[in-house]
Ligand binder design. Structure first.
Ligand SMILES: Nc1ncnc2c1ncn2[C@@H]1O[C@H](COP(=O)(O)OP(=O)(O)OP(=O)(O)O)[C@@H](O)[C@H]1O
Ligand SMILES: [Zn+2]
Length: 749
């Protein structure tokens, strides 16, 4: 009997158990109070802040984290539930808990939802059971009845060769039953032991040298290395034209951080498409980094999460979600292509990974590098006002020049019709492709539209084929003979007759997608070796890798692609880039339409002439006077940024003012509009803020839900969070209506 039990006899009360505040991974603000777990014989165990535990919530057992704050002691102990289990993981660090709180209060999402992004590998939370393996034991057994049979001898022979077998493997290889192994173990001649799996990624060997850097590359690298060693927060924009060696420069910073024993996070847009980057990393550092993205197997997710939390994953390369991993000692964050819109998450918690990377770096007291050839206007304004530093790489490495950019005015150089259908390539572009192929070089045609045709309409009645669940045309994918909705994934066979007027054979495709450009190119250049790259043809990292290899080996000499080809690829023989429709991104109500078009086209253009051969870029446009086209032609990025800054500052748009989008959706249009009217009546008057709406969203029907939008616009000095909070706080939406706040929205659909 312990002392505690003695006391109980006298007092006849249950001793007061320790109480803990536990933040669970539900969409709640939390935390909730729980009692310390039953300690058994060992007594109660003290649980530190950040400890990951399992707790009962309703009928479920969910992961949670010991959070700060005082438990509510007025609640009687009998009413509280117990912590169910304690995981064997290291506690979440203060830095990460503060980051979670910061993100929650900035995005207005509940803390539990943000925590859920951190505990995103449920497998990793299970305790690690070792695996039982067998090796040779003591050959002098004390068991006198023990005899070596032929079956037993086979097992012993195998183990004499090497240990480390599982029972199943051993029995199979020796051709014996499991009881033979058990008998040997009982006699002690075979020894069983537990092996805990090794959750770690290799540390790059030190001393592998990168290329000799040019003068300005060296200066930039040294600056970053000093910052890494100093171990202070700094936000640095690494600004250099495509092919200037930004990657080589930040590799040097990674090497320095490794030398300091720190972990490094590299955020890449669309990680699954970055096989070339991973190969390059391996060439430079001798090992592969840990990857983090949605396509990892559960086993690899578990291994990676554990390794990161134990400091055994030196370099992590990932999509935006890797920002929420529990690093043990994060010493450097790189955000490559920092201007990319795909860093903005719009499902679940809405956050911008680039901006949150800066916040996380501040919490970790480490530098964050934002690399881009076309930094976002937001980023450049942060440089101007001194919040970010800027390092510049002025020219392409090895003296390769920037490509010449020519504009083709589609109103005058109209693409000719081919024998069997429309054409999309102008005479000028056709001529340039021919020349390039004849010179033994490679050409690329860029069109940011998947599929064959973006719209199918009936020649007889004008009916357009639309998605039944969304405000969107169905896109024809001829390779699969199907029509697809690019918003909800709805897919159907191409009908033989018009669903509206029944006319047979009257449906015609309108406009081009990449598949249609491939068709035209095949007719024009029958001898060309054409390759197609779009997100739906690159279905796996392996498929991407294979295509990249075919291009590198020049098995492909005419590449047709969507924006997936724009990303970071380096093809030395690619000298011509043709943009089929340069105006495509300029339409729609997106405040960043011009900026995005500029960035994308600049990036695509940057694929041309990266080695010794001069590059040439042809932009087909119907609006050659547009500032985007003019500044691209002049190669004057800063001029573009200047014009763009002026336009936005006049409209009070970001980064000169701030925005929050409020999207209200529901299955019933009348109920939705009713609630939107209630919301509109509740709009408060706040100095420096305006709330516009409700307006039907451009995608007013999405996945069967109706959608309306409000827009909160504030002066720079007013936080849209506070405005949205004070407006929405008292409003209770009907159960089927959802209200989502998107701070700093990037999509206006
Ligand atoms: N100092 C150097 N010595 C040798 N090769 C170099 C050097 N700097 C850059 N390179 C090579 O030049 C090419 C372009 O460099 P890198 O990819 O680092 O540029 P980048 O600025 O990151 O390009 P992008 O913006 O297009 O991704 C690469 O093949 C790289 O290996
Ligand atoms: Zn749809």
């Amino acid at each position: 009997m312990g002392i505690g039990d003695d006391l109980m006899l006298f007092e006849e009360t249950v001793p007061e158990r320790c109480r803990y505040r536990v933040q669970v991974i539900l969409p709640v603000e939390g935390p909730y109070d729980y009692l310390a777990p039953d300690g058994g014989d060992e007594g109660e165990r003290f649980l530190p802040l950040g400890q990951i535990v399992m707790v009962p919530v309703g009928k479920r057992i969910l992961p949670g984290v010991i959070w700060g704050g005082e438990p509510d002691t007025s609640v009687p102990q009998a009413k509280l539930r117990q912590i169910e289990a304690i995981t064997d993981l290291p506690p979440l660090k203060d830095e990460l808990r503060q980051f979670i709180e910061w993100v929650a209060s900035y995005t207005l999402f509940p803390r539990g939802s943000v925590l859920k992004m951190v505990l995103s590998a449920p497998q990793a939370l299970e305790s690690v059971a070792g695996q039982k393996l067998y090796r040779q034991g003591d050959t002098d057994t004390e068991d006198t009845s023990f005899r070596i049979t032929p079956a037993r001898q086979k097992v012993l022979d195998l183990l004499a060769g090497s240990g480390g077998w599982t029972a199943v493997e051993l029995a199979r290889e020796a051709g014996v039953s499991g009881s033979v192994i058990k008998g040997l173990e009982q006699a002690g001649v075979v020894e069983g032991y537990l092996e805990v799996p090794d959750f770690s990624f290799p540390l790059p060997p030190s001393g592998i040298k990168g290329p000799v850097l040019s003068e300005d590359q060296r200066a930039a690298a040294d600056d970053l290395i000093n910052k890494v060693r100093a171990g202070n927060f700094a936000a640095v924009v690494l600004d250099g034209v495509t092919g200037s060696g930004k990657t080589e420069v930040y590799f040097e910073a990674i090497e320095a951080a490794l030398g300091e024993g720190q972990q490094i996070l590299v955020l890449l847009p669309e990680i699954a498409l970055s096989s070339q980057w991973l190969d390059r990393f391996e060439q430079r550092f001798g090992v592969r980094p840990a990857e983090w993205h949605s396509e990892l197997t559960p086993a690899l997710r578990r291994k990676t999460w554990r390794a990161v939390s134990e400091g055994k994953a030196p370099v992590v390369v990932g999509a935006r979600s890797s920002l929420f991993l529990p690093y043990e000692k994060l010493g450097l964050i790189i955000v490559d292509e920092e201007h990319e819109a795909s860093f903005k998450q719009e499902e679940g918690v809405c956050y911008h990974a680039r901006d949150m990377a800066v916040v996380r770096a501040r919490g970790c007291h480490c530098p964050v590098v934002l690399a881009s050839a076309t930094p976002a206007l937001e980023t450049m304004i942060n440089v101007q006002n001194g919040r970010y530093e800027r390092l510049v790489l002025s020219g392409r490495h090895g003296g390769a020049g920037m490509p010449d950019v020519e504009l083709v005015d589609l109103r005058f150089d109209k693409p000719e019709r081919l024998d069997s259908g429309q054409g999309w390539l102008s005479q000028a572009l056709r001529g340039a492709i021919r020349q390039t192929l004849e010179a033994g070089e490679q050409a690329m045609l860029f069109l940011n539209r998947r599929g064959y045709a973006p719209l199918t309409l009936c020649r007889t009645c004008g009916h357009r084929l639309q998605c039944p669940h969304c405000t969107a045309w169905l896109v024809e994918h001829r390779r699969f003979s199907r029509l697809q909705c690019h918003h909800c994934g709805y897919s159907t066979r191409l009908p033989d007759s018009c669903p509206s007027c029944d006319a047979e054979g009257s449906l015609v495709p309108c406009g081009p997608g990449v598949e249609r450009i491939v068709e035209e190119a095949k007719k024009l250049f029958p001898e060309a070796r054409i390759g197609l790259m779009a997100s739906d043809t690159m279905t796996s990292p392996a498929a991407t890798r294979e295509m990249i290899e075919r291009i590198e080996k020049r098995e492909v000499n005419l590449l047709v692609g969507t924006q997936v080809v724009a990303k970071g690829y380096h093809f030395p023989y690619l000298t011509l880039v043709g943009v089929v429709d340069a105006d495509l991104g300029l339409f729609g109500g997106d405040l960043r339409a011009a900026e995005r078009t500029f960035q994308l086209l600049h990036q695509v253009a940057g694929r041309a002439g990266r080695a010794e051969h001069k590059g040439r870029v042809i932009l087909q446009t119907s609006d050659p006077q547009h500032p985007v086209m003019q500044t691209l032609k002049a190669g004057d990025r800063d001029k573009f940024l200047e014009i763009e800054a002026e336009t936005r500052s006049r409209g009070g748009l970001p980064p000169f003012g701030r925005l929050a989008a409020v999207i209200v959706s529901g299955p019933e249009e009348a109920e939705l509009d009713n609630f939107c009217a209630t919301m509109a009546r509740a709009i408060p008057t706040i100095d420096g803020a305006r709330i516009l709406g409700p307006a039907p969203a451009p995608l007013s029907l999405l996945r069967g839900k109706f959608r309306r939008r409000f827009l909160v616009m504030t002066r720079r000095s007013v936080a849209p969070q506070a405005v949205a909070r004070s407006w929405l706080q008292g409003l209770k939406s009907p159960s089927r209506v959802r209200v989502v706040v998107d701070i700093d929205p990037y999509s206006f659909l």
